[in-house]
Design a protein around this ligand. Structure first.
Ligand SMILES: [Zn+2]
Ligand SMILES: [Zn+2]
Length: 352
């Protein structure tokens, strides 16, 4: 009987073992070596758990972002269960429809900002033979022997080309290493604990729109909750405020939640509006621009509208270099590469 059961439900075991555990949420460290067919399944040193077969990810460490998502979902459910029927019949169906639209937008931007690739750069797996040179700030000697990259750091113009001693790659201007995610990110703005992801070239637009929709949703909800709480006598016939709160505690709860919930996103929105109007990242502002009258922002287009459009409307960075869903072809770290031609020699050859 037990054997028959195990055969009958084999497809369920198959789905759980091969699809759910290895598809819905994948922690690469829990995937057995023989089942690693795609890059994300073999990324054992990654700080992420992958979702939906490597299509998106979440940072494993300190998942505060889930708390923000749960608060948003709880507020939505409370509104639809306790407030929406009253608002639909006594105010207007439009009040409920507009709230629902704003709520969906906020949740979508939160999910996009939390689970999108912020501009991750892969680590260099071709390490120098002499391991004592790994931690050199200026990079191992052989890198200079092949292609001479300029090690350039200038706080006045805020642009630098540096070698990352952790990822063993050269960082292009605006690229920085995130200590939480332990990875280099293009246009790294900051690591946001609330969305639990780095904010960089790939998801800055989603982060900005998440802030804006959160502020609008909080103001909208707060205003209607304030209206309902302040007109309890005229609109609902209650004798006292205490009587009203006893019958509709959720109105007061949602009102207070939206008042408290709007403070931090509003401050961040104002700060990021200033940053995007100048096309400067949080990192550049805090490390170089703040209190430095000589600072020259080389990324400023000298048009506030253009700067805002670049950050709020332009398509996020599409030249992704990190492709978690690609099939693993071979272990490149053990592959013996042919020696690279010298940059100097090839330039010399071209000139002649
Ligand atoms: Zn790095
Ligand atoms: Zn990060």
């Amino acid at each position: 009987m037990a054997e028959e059961d195990s055969r009958r439900y084999r497809y369920i075991h198959y789905v759980v073992d091969h699809c759910l555990a290895n598809w819905v949420v994948t922690d690469p460290n829990r995937v057995s070596p023989e089942k690693r067919h795609r890059n994300y399944q073999a990324a054992t040193e990654t700080p992420y758990v992958y979702l939906c077969g490597g299509r998106s990810f979440l940072v494993k460490k300190n998942p505060y972002g889930l708390a923000i998502g749960l608060t948003l979902i709880t507020a939505g459910i409370l509104y639809w269960v306790f407030e929406a029927p009253w608002a639909w019949h006594h105010q207007s169906p439009a009040v409920v429809i507009i709230f629902s639209y704003l709520w969906v937008l906020t949740l979508c931007f939160l999910v996009k900002a939390s689970t999108s690739d912020p501009g991750l750069q892969p680590k260099n797996i071709h390490l120098p033979f002499d391991s004592t040179k790994l931690l050199l700030e200026s990079g191992p000697d052989e890198y200079f022997d092949t292609i001479s990259l300029p090690y350039y750091s200038n706080r006045t113009v805020g642009a630098s080309v540096k070698y990352c001693a952790t990822c063993h790659i050269w960082r292009t201007p605006r690229m920085s290493h995130c200590l939480v995610c332990n990875v280099c990110v293009q246009n790294h703005d900051h690591h946001c604990v609330y969305i639990n992801n780095c904010v960089g070239a790939g998801n800055y637009r989603f982060f900005l729109w998440f802030l804006l929709t959160t502020v609008i949703t909080c103001f909208y909800l707060g205003t209607f909750m304030f209206l309902r709480c302040s007109r309890y006598r005229r609109m609902e016939g209650y004798e006292s405020f205490a009587d009203f709160v006893k019958h509709s505690p959720v109105s007061l709860l949602l009102g207070l939640l939206s008042c408290v919930g709007v403070i931090y996103p509003l401050l961040l929105l104002l700060f990021h509006t200033y940053l995007t109007a100048n096309n400067i990242t949080t990192r550049e502002y805090l490390n170089n621009a703040r209190g430095n009258p000589d600072y020259v922002n080389v990324f400023d287009t000298h048009s506030i509208l253009k700067n805002l459009a670049i950050n709020w409307l332009a398509s996020p960075y599409k030249n992704k270099v990190y492709h978690p869903r690609d099939t693993i072809r071979e272990d490149l770290s053990t592959m013996i590469l042919p020696p690279l031609s010298s940059f100097k020699i090839s330039r010399f050859a071209t000139n002649n």
